[in-house]
Design a protein around this ligand. Structure first.
Ligand code: PHE
Length: 421
């Protein structure tokens, strides 16, 4: 069985980027004298993997002021600009759609829901600044974001220390939710994604050897690379080359020439779509015809716009297929296309799920007490999302299915569908 999904609308910038700042909330400062944080790991203790989010980054963070809004104000931070802008824009669309639907149905706790969006330009430091603003100036009730793990890792210690629930739709690095008990996610994690990709390379692509080209600047890339390689070796495969680049690099020929010398069966590129598209072009221009493989970081219509012919036939794992016959997915994709004139990529879908889950948790909490919302998120069971059912485990992660898609013309075909595990 193969589903093909139309993806012809291409990359669409954020559409109506509704930044709603309620006048009543503006300038709402946190109280003097920070009280101790609520339970869980202290801010800055666990954000491993090369980010600059130590204790110093949270030294000035106090507990958030109690929620005072007349509406329910949610905060969102993401890359609305920069080389991963499609992450932020798709995420914003998904969140906005969930909020619009909820508001039409009467809102939550008898109040309408509003959204304050902050652009972090794809930079961890700006992600930290953005959540500080959302908490201290806007007094948001809870926070949605980020997509990229390094940005979530930079912001999570601040949310944790302030006692503001943070729900990342799609950051897959395992360290993110380890930051503390206010930090949740609605997606699978990279040990699972790495295993699925290793199995796909070994069993589906029958690769005896792989080369890996990792983005050393992204916690997502370095960890996914590590999990993939471990599993691939366990499966009897050989990693014949390991090369590195840095986000937004333009010239990959030195690394690719080394890889070419090893003639691997497959090249695995655990990075984000702009770099992956550019790498694919240089791979092909060096005369290498191997299958290319990526993770969810490739999931953007911009991959095809950048890589064009060079990404034809490539594979990547991700959170859902817009072409699924599941009635929930069909309904979501139809409504999203109508609203945004684009087919939702995984970020659109998983952000829609995350926003719906956050609203549901506020409803179940029955209160704007953030500790109660935290508890409601933690006790989520079988929440029906378009990217799969969401049950939040004791580690505050969700266990979800994975699909592997293949670029075919302007379509994305399902090459493999793997159950949650
Ligand atoms: N999982 C990626 C990360 O943790 C982010 C991502 C999710 C990118 C979904 C694209 C689609 O960095």
């Amino acid at each position: 069985m193969r589903h093909e999904m139309l993806n012809t609308n291409g990359f669409r910038r954020g559409g109506a980027l509704a930044c709603v700042l309620l006048a009543a909330l503006a300038g709402c400062k946190q109280p003097d004298g920070a009280t101790s944080q609520n339970g869980g790991a202290a801010g800055g203790t666990a954000a491993g993997g090369g980010t600059s989010t130590g204790g110093a980054a949270t030294a000035d963070i106090g507990k958030a002021a109690p929620y005072k809004g007349d509406n329910i104000l949610l905060g969102e931070y993401g890359a609305l600009t920069g080389s991963t802008a499609s992450f932020g824009n798709s995420t914003h669309n998904g969140i906005q759609m969930a909020i619009d639907e909820a508001n039409k149905a009467g809102g939550v706790l008898g109040k309408q829901i509003a959204l304050q969006s902050e652009d972090d330009a794809g930079k961890p430091e700006e992600a930290a600044t953005a959540v500080k603003k959302l908490i201290n100036s806007n007094n948001v009730l809870a926070i949605l974001g980020e997509v990229a793990s390094s940005r979530s890792l930079a912001a999570a210690p601040i949310c944790q220390k302030a006692g503001v629930p943070m729900l990342t739709p799609s950051s897959t690095n395992p360290e993110v939710t380890k930051v503390g008990d206010y930090i949740f996610r609605t997606c699978f994690i990279d040990p699972f994604q790495g295993r699925v990709l290793a199995e796909f390379a070994r069993n589906n692509l029958k690769a005896q050897t792989v080369a890996v080209l990792t983005d050393s600047k992204q916690d997502y890339s370095t960890a996914l690379s590590k999990f993939f390689q471990k599993e691939y070796k366990n499966l009897g495969g050989k990693v014949v080359a390991e090369e590195f680049y840095v986000t937004d690099d333009k010239d990959f020929r030195a690394q690719l020439t080394n890889i070419k010398g090893k003639n691997p069966d497959v090249i695995f590129i655990p990075g984000y779509y702009t770099d992956a598209g550019n790498i694919a072009i240089q791979v092909r221009s060096l005369g290498m015809n191997q299958p290319l493989l990526g993770g969810d970081g490739w999931d953007s219509p911009a991959l095809m716009q950048i890589g064009k012919k060079a990404v034809q036939g490539t594979y990547f794992s991700t959170h859902y297929s817009a072409d699924s016959p599941d009635p929930k997915v069909v309904k979501f994709v139809t409504a999203y296309r109508k609203a945004f004139k684009a087919t939702p990529d995984s970020n659109g879908a998983v952000a829609y799920d995350a926003a719906r889950l956050m609203i549901d948790a506020i409803k179940r909490a029955g209160s704007t007490d953030r500790a109660k919302i935290r508890d409601a998120l933690a006790s989520t069971k079988n929440f029906a999302g378009v990217t799969g059912n969401i049950t939040i485990g004791p580690d505050r992660n969700a266990v979800k299915p994975i699909v592997v898609l293949q670029v075919k013309g302007d379509k994305l075909a399902v090459a493999a569908a793997i159950k949650a595990g």
